[in-house]
Design a protein around this ligand. Structure first.
Ligand SMILES: NC(=O)c1ccc[n+]([C@@H]2O[C@H](COP(=O)([O-])OP(=O)(O)OC[C@H]3O[C@@H](n4cnc5c(N)ncnc54)[C@H](OP(=O)(O)O)[C@@H]3O)[C@@H](O)[C@H]2O)c1
Length: 242
């Protein structure tokens, strides 16, 4: 049976999602590389396809229920099932804000993508995931949503802005609740942090690690066995504090 993986929010070559698509294809998955615009998805998929790799572009805006439903209909018709869903899409907020004065419109937008977009996409794809013998849902979270990550977490005062981190904390809570609901099913749900990853110019000189390493932290949750951990928050296969 064709093993099918869907990755959300793959808008650029430099991003973690693109490298995750490359690693999934290298493991033999048929990959639906999705981006908000079909033309971008097609162009990025074309860069990974060929030489035995089956990577196809798909339009997906996770905040738009019609867009998600269209993808589900296409996958149902083309494959009839899904094995892996990587919820990589994220809403970002302005760097350096603090909770007391943060722009709440931006925070709401981040929540709409990171939490509700992931929630919606997972809900609508769950019937197709249930048809897989070993379904995996991987929510790409961040140490920014951790209460205890001293470098990037909610108490670090670091960088990405509270809207981003609070949305990731909510994503972690969704991971926990959904994994609990699905605890007696084959559907394994986990959250992962890719770590501080060089997806922007000059990143490595600021201490960020190569994109292939960030993507490998995501792939760990794809490869876990059927009796492997579920409902957790991990970086490089090691538990992170919520
Ligand atoms: N880089 C890091 O150091 C780091 C650290 C921890 C966690 N992460 C997480 O890793 C993941 C990938 O991050 P990245 O650094 O590779 O950044 P990225 O390229 O900006 O990835 C986020 C993607 O989400 C997409 N997106 C936004 N709204 C969307 C929507 N409504 N529907 C579908 N897609 C949407 C963006 O698309 P557009 O291109 O169209 O805007 C973008 O491609 C994210 O979840 C991020 O929070 C990254």
């Amino acid at each position: 049976m064709t093993r099918v993986a869907i990755v959300t929010g793959v808008g650029r070559v430099e991003g973690i999602g693109f490298e995750v698509c490359r690693q999934l294809a290298a493991e033999g998955f048929t990959v639906l590389l999705s981006a908000r615009r079909q033309s971008i998805a097609d162009s990025l998929a074309a860069q990974l396809a060929g030489q035995g790799n089956d990577v196809r572009g798909a339009a997906l805006d996770v905040t738009n229920v019609e867009s998600v439903a269209e993808l589900v209909a296409r996958v149902e018709s083309d494959f009839g099932h899904v094995d892996v869903l990587i919820n990589n899409a994220a809403g970002v907020t302005e760097f350096g804000q603090v909770p007391s004065t943060a722009n709440l419109d931006a925070a709401r937008s981040a929540m709409d993508v990171t939490l509700f977009g992931t929630w919606r996409t997972t809900q609508l794809l769950l019937p197709l995931l249930r048809r897989s013998p070993s379904p995996r849902v991987v929510n790409v979270s961040s140490g920014a949503g951790s209460h205890d990550d001293v470098a990037f977490g909610l108490h670090s005062g670091n960088g990405m802005g509270p809207g981003y981190g609070i949305a990731k904390a909510a994503l972690n809570a969704l991971t926990d609740a959904l994994a609990f609901e699905l605890r007696d099913t084959p559907v394994i749900v986990n959250a992962v942090c890719p770590g501080f990853t060089a997806t922007f110019p000059g990143g490595e000189s600021m201490g960020a690690r190569p994109v292939r390493d960030g993507a490998a932290s995501v792939m760990w949750a794809v490869r876990i066995p059927d009796d492997g951990p579920r409902g957790g928050f991990y970086r490089d296969g090691q538990p992170l504090p919520w």
